[in-house]
Every structure is written in C-alpha cells, then in structure tokens.
Design a protein around this ligand. Structure first.
Ligand SMILES: *[C@@H]1O[C@H](CO)[C@@H](O)[C@H](O)[C@H]1NC(C)=O
Ligand SMILES: *[C@@H]1O[C@H](CO)[C@@H](O)[C@H](O)[C@H]1NC(C)=O
Ligand SMILES: *[C@@H]1O[C@H](CO)[C@@H](O)[C@H](O)[C@H]1NC(C)=O
Ligand SMILES: *[C@@H]1O[C@H](CO)[C@@H](O)[C@H](O)[C@H]1NC(C)=O
Ligand SMILES: *[C@@H]1O[C@H](CO)[C@@H](O)[C@H](O)[C@H]1NC(C)=O
Length: 663
C-alpha cells in the first residue's frame, strides 16, 4: 500500500503505539511553540497559541537513558564540557555528548556498607552531591544512613569515610551544600535522631557555626550563594528559603519566602550562648505580588542568580519563581544591591528601641567578634522590617502565568545586532520547558513565551536542569534519561521569513532563504524581536503560498484534511473555494486543525486552503486539491478508502472530542 501523502493525514499514519519506557522507538522531541506577551506593569500574559512544530532531535546524540528508573538524581555539569555527571542509586553515570557524535554513557559503582541499616527501604546509597575537587570529583551519598563521601580520580574510587553534613540520611531530606574554596556550608543535619531543627551551618573552613534554632520556623532551603563584596570582610552568604508564617492571622498565607544574610567572616560571638552561632544572621521577606490585580505569590520555588556582565555584584539579577495556592506562577526579579540595602538600612521588625552599635547584621573587619548586645538584639529580632521588592518602578512581577513553574535558569544572550536579551527557561509540572524572552522597549519590559519544549523521549517530570552558556545547551534529567537541548532551535520555525520572525526568537533570524541560528551564521541575520508585527520587516511583503498538493478520491469516501497548528495565537481556517468549512480559534488545544469530509459528494471536490491569521499576519499553510479518481485506480482506491475509514475515525475522534471540549 502506498504511504499516505504527507500533511494530508490518512489513516495508517495515525496509529502510534506507546511502548514502555525502555523498549520504545525513537519519537521526535516535540516542541510546541506558544506565545504570550505581557507588559511588566500589567502582568497579564495573553495566553493562547503561537507556533507549534516538532524538533526531530538526533537519535543517539541528544539523549541517553539510564536503562532503569533513578528515583533520586543529582546532576553536575561544568560549562564548556561535553560531560554530564549524574548521581543515582549506588552509582554515578558519566554521560558524554561530544559535538556531532553519538552520546555515550559510563557508570561507576559507589559501594555502600549496609551493616547497620535497619529500615530496608532506605538502605541504598543514594548519591546526593557531586562537586569538582581538584582533578577529581567529590561524591557523597546516603550510604545506608551513614552519610559518606568518595573521591573519583582517574576512574578510581577512593573512600573518604563517613562525612556528616555532606549528605543526608535519606534522599528526601531538604539538603543544600555550598562550596566556596575551602569553606563548606550545609543545611543537612548531622544527627539522625536528634537535632531535628534545620540549621544553616558552616561545616568546613573557619570555625563551625550554625543558625539559632529560633530564627527560622520549619525552613525549606532553596538556594545559597556567596557574594564577594567590595571589601573582603564584607563578603556575604545569602540564602533563599520558605518557612511557616509567624503571622497566624487566618487571612495570612501559611508560608512566607525569605532571603537571609550572613557575613562570610563571621567568627561567632563572645558569650557562651553566641560562641558557635552565626552572629550576623538577618532575614527579610521576599515579596512577589501584583498590586494592580491584588495577586500574591508567596511560595518560592526556585532562584537563579544572573551575574552582571560588568562584574558589579550589586547588579546581579535574582530571578525567583513563585507560586500561589492554585499553582499559578509568577517570576519576580530582584537585585542583590536592593537586598544588601534592605539588610544594611532597615529597622528590625518588632524592635522599637534604638539599635545597638554595631548594628545587627553588620560585618566587622579584622575578625572582630560581634558584641553580645548586638547578638542578643539580632537573635531575638532576626527579621528586618523592610521587605525585599522586585526591581523596577512598578515593583511588580515580570509576569505571571497559569502554568506551575518549578525551576528556572536564565541566559543573557546577544542577538544578531548586539542587543541583549534575557531568555528564561522554566520547567513546568508537565515535564516541559518554556522558553520566555524578556526584552525591553524603553521603560517597558516585554515578555514573550515563545516555545514549549518537551525534552524527553519518554515524557516525565524534570528533576534537574543545568544551563551551559558556552556550549549553548540545556542539560535536563528525568528519572529515566538525560537530554541535551540546543538553545538555538531554529529549524522548527516554518512559514518562511514571516514565520521565522513572528517566532520572536532572539537566537534565530532569516538569512539566505532559511531560518537560521545566529551562531551558525557568519554575519548578521534579519531579526526583529520587539515590534508587535515583526513579519513586516521581511523583504517579501507576503509570505509564500503553500505548494499545491493533489489527491484523488472516490465519491462517497470519508476523508480528512489536517493543518498543523503552529501558533497558538493564530486562527486557522479551512476554506473550500469561497466558503470557510472549519475554523480553529486561538486556544485550540489539539496540534492540528482538522476538516472532516464525511461523504465526499461531487460539489466537495476542488481546492481546499488552510489559512492562518494572527494580527496582520496571514499565511496559507496548506493547499489541497481533491480530484475525482480516474477509472483505472477507482476500484482499488475505493477499497482502500473503505478499509481505512474505520481506523481513521477511531484515531481522530479523541482529538476531535478534545477540540469540542475546549471550544
Ligand atoms: C548513533 O545512534 C543512532 C541511534 O541509536 C544509530 O542509528 C547510529 O548508527 C549511531 N551512529 C554512530 C556513528 O554510532
Ligand atoms: C591521573 O592520570 C594522569 C595521567 O595518566 C596522571 O598524570 C595523574 O597524576 C593521575 N592523577 C592521580 C591523582 O593519580
Ligand atoms: C507551609 O506551611 C505549612 C503549615 O504551617 C507547613 O505544613 C509546610 O511545611 C510549610 N511549607 C514550607 C515551609 O514550605
Ligand atoms: C499544586 O502542586 C502540588 C505539587 O506540585 C500538588 O501536590 C498540589 O495538589 C497542587 N495544588 C493544586 C491546588 O492544584
Ligand atoms: C454517502 O452518500 C451517498 C449518496 O448521497 C449514500 O448512498 C451513501 O450511503 C453515503 N455514505 C455514507 C458512508 O454515509
């Protein structure tokens, strides 16, 4: 049987078996391009369709699977390297993604001593930490509830023994470990059964210190970072966390999001109570709310720090992803300078006397200890009164959305003519990644959600994501596999110059008749990101019409015509001669706009065009001519059409039902 003509979906093409996770044929990585825009001050993203396409990926090159399920993983990738290390259950995987070659995987078993482990379930050695250590790799894991570390050098594993604070007792514990030269900081508890109150500790380097048990209520640590300030003694550790809201007012949210500061040079205090505690701890509330719509996003999910290109620490942008009780999300952007200023200048919440000197939170030079009265005031009033608000005149979220975002990384990139864009990659709870472009037009921040990427072969939740700005790749892992996703996915944009520019993708532009990556093109390419109607910059005023495709069909046969919905912002219409036979409005959920012909009558032969319209952008996406069958093949085709009819309807009906539900 001849294969069905492309684009004109015939029945056989519909049946895609979905095999199990391990024995599956290669499926293309799917990209659904969608676009909404939001002005920062309004924060009302226009949800709806933009462009949809399928990125073919390269089998063997862009993803590799573990061969089994890894319920807890940790991913380690150094920018510029083609290697991705992943810690799993009792082993470390080394994935290599060499340019233009097939990926490879090696595994190293990391032994565990099951001896004293009582609880059967947790007697595995879950690797929870991977970190570069000189020539080697530091590996730490739960080791059957005896947290331990190993060193991997030249392919040989050497045990470093039990290391409390480097790995938790069980993989579910909220753990954060921060390395800065010889100093190591950790939120992991050191005792299995006592010391349940989570603390932020310095576990190696200078004198060991921990946070007072009263300064945080049930904290969930999100991210920690060291900031080298103008004077070394002023270097700070900032960490981001959520905690129970001390405000028990029934109207108040249950949890609040925070940023805390510590002086890196903190030497502890002078009194017996303060001697092994951080004496410079202060915390502030991180606000992410939209005053104009009265929407509050209290639950911090992830933080990404984007350093300033000129090395000004105050201009580091802090991207925070927040959610609300309905699992809607917002992204708020803060500056480290603002955070620093709040800690330096604010009064303390609930403290009305005059502040002691030195004021709480101040870093002292020459390793001076903090005086006891300063410690006592800070310890009993650890929160500053002023709240940390987003950057910019409106102090509003960069955008909010109905998606439940979980992780974020941000790429500061330069488009073809040198303009800077911040491109956010946000993971959703559906295992996809949204690519969101932040650009400026004068004072206005413009935000476009241009693409949804499904990075895995087997759709699954994204457990880890790492951005490599040198290789311009995103490395992501699920419990099944690791994928390498290029940032400059330009081949997915169809529709010629108009389609390429309408995508508003700063990595892509129009050059020599193709939508190309700015990195693969030697000179500048045609790009237009900001204007409302970028396609108007294309040299040809009108997009090309679709090539005419013909199909011969017997009278009375059932048939359907399928038009790929590339843009969730466009209206797609199937027109037969002058009449619109089917229209798919923006927001249409299925990937195709389908016209059914139930019983082909004489007047239904002729030309069918699928047209996409978005603002002033108009494109003919498909053009078919249905012709009466000639006598010679009529009998054969009629038989085929009948045979196909049943399976066609079965395959297509669910899509149709979905479309109807959505409308
Ligand atoms: C790369 O992997 C693909 C799919 O697994 C395979 O078809 C191809 O032969 C491999 N190429 C090389 C050079 O090994
Ligand atoms: C690792 O191997 C390299 C070359 O084989 C050698 O120069 C180096 O000393 C080795 N490192 C260690 C720590 O053994
Ligand atoms: C949020 O608050 C609830 C109720 O106090 C608590 O159970 C939960 O653990 C908190 N979540 C955090 C701190 O993320
Ligand atoms: C929000 O998401 C969390 C997990 O990501 C889920 O447990 C919870 O039920 C969701 N809440 C709502 C209101 O959908
Ligand atoms: C299609 O229409 C013809 C004539 O109008 C009729 O004889 C035939 O039964 C119809 N076929 C189907 C499948 O409904």
């Amino acid at each position: 049987m001849t294969p069905p003509p492309p684009g004109c979906a015939s029945l056989g093409a519909q049946s895609t078996r979905v095999p199990g996770p391990l024995a599956r044929p290669w499926l293309p990585l799917r990209l659904l391009l969608l676009l909404w825009t939001a002005a920062a001050t309004q924060g009302h993203p226009k949800s709806g369709p933009r462009i949809s396409a399928v990125w073919k990926g390269r089998a063997g090159q862009d993803w590799v699977d573990f061969g089994l399920s890894e319920p807890h993983i940790v991913l380690f990738h150094e920018p510029g390297s083609s290697a991705v290390w992943v810690g799993g259950r009792g082993k470390v995987y080394l994935f290599d993604f060499p340019e233009g070659k097939n990926a490879s995987v090696r595994t190293v078993n990391i032994g565990s001593t099951k001896g004293s482990c009582l609880d059967k379930r947790d007697c595995e050695n879950y690797i929870t930490l991977l970190e570069r250590q000189g020539e080697g790799l530091l590996i730490c894991g739960t080791n059957a509830r005896r947290p331990s570390c190993w060193r991997l050098v030249n392919g040989t594993v050497e045990s470093l023994g039990e290391k409390r604070g480097y790995a938790p007792f069980s993989p579910d514990e909220n753990s954060l470990v921060l390395f800065d030269g010889d100093e190591v900081y950790s939120t992991i508890r050191k005792q299995e059964y006592n010391g349940k109150i989570p603390r932020f500790r310095r576990i190696q380097g200078e004198i060991e210190l921990y946070t007072s048990d009263t300064v945080m209520q049930n904290p969930q640590f999100i991210k920690a970072t060291i900031v080298h300030q103008d004077q070394a003694y002023d270097d700070k550790i900032y960490y981001f966390f959520r905690e129970d809201n001390p405000d028990k007012n029934p109207e108040a949210p249950l949890n609040v999001s925070r940023v805390a500061q510590l002086c890196r040079g903190d030497q502890g205090g002078e009194s017996s109570l303060s001697v092994s505690k951080w004496n410079t701890f202060l915390k502030a509330m991180l606000v992410c709310s939209d005053a104009s719509t009265n929407k509050n996003f209290n639950r911090l999910q992830d933080v990404f720090l984007l350093p300033d290109p000129n090395g000004q620490w105050r201009d580091t942008r802090v991207y925070g992803v927040f959610s609300n009780p309905w699992n809607y999300s917002a992204v708020c952007v803060y500056s480290l300078g603002d955070i620093d200023k709040v800690f330096r200048t604010s009064s303390l919440k609930g403290y009305h006397a005059s502040l002691p000197n030195p004021r709480p939170g101040k870093c002292l030079p020459d390793r001076q200890p903090i005086p006891t009265d300063t410690f006592q005031v800070a310890d009993s009033h650890p929160e500053v009164a002023q709240r940390v608000e987003p950057m910019g005149p409106s102090k509003a979220p960069l955008f909010h959305s109905k998606y439940h975002y979980q992780k974020v990384v941000v790429h500061r990139m330069q488009a073809s003519r040198g303009e800077t864009f911040h491109v956010l990659y946000l993971t959703t709870d559906r295992g996809t990644i949204h690519k969101v472009v932040e650009s400026r037009e004068g004072e206005r921040s413009l935000v476009f959600n241009i693409m949804e990427i499904q990075p895995f072969h087997h759709p699954a939740a994204i457990q880890a994501m790492s951005l490599d700005t040198e290789r311009r790749k995103l490395y992501v892992s699920s419990q099944w596999e690791v994928s390498q996703v290029p940032l400059d996915l330009c081949e997915v944009y169809s529709g010629g110059c108009h389609g390429c520019l309408m995508a508003r993708d700063p990595y892509c532009g129009w050059d020599q008749g193709r939508c190309v990556s700015i990195y693969s093109s030697p000179g500048p390419v045609l790009q237009s990101i900001n204007p409302d109607e970028p396609h108007t910059e294309c040299p040809n005023p009108k997009p090309d019409s679709a090539p005419l495709q013909k199909v011969s069909l017997a009278p009375n046969s059932r048939y359907y015509l399928s038009c790929p919905v590339e843009s969730r912002h466009a209206t797609y219409s199937w027109r037969h001669e002058q009449n619109v036979e089917q229209s798919c409005e923006p927001g249409h959920q299925s990937p195709n706009c389908i016209l059914f012909i139930e019983n082909l009558t004489a007047r239904q032969y002729g030309h069918y065009r699928c047209e996409a319209q978005e603002g002033s952008y108009f494109r003919e996406a498909q053009h078919w001519e249905l012709l009466p069958e000639d006598g010679a093949t009529a009998e054969h085709l009629l038989g085929r059409a009948r045979a196909l009819a049943t399976s066609l309807w079965l395959g297509v009906l669910p899509t149709l039902a979905l479309g109807l539900l959505v409308h």
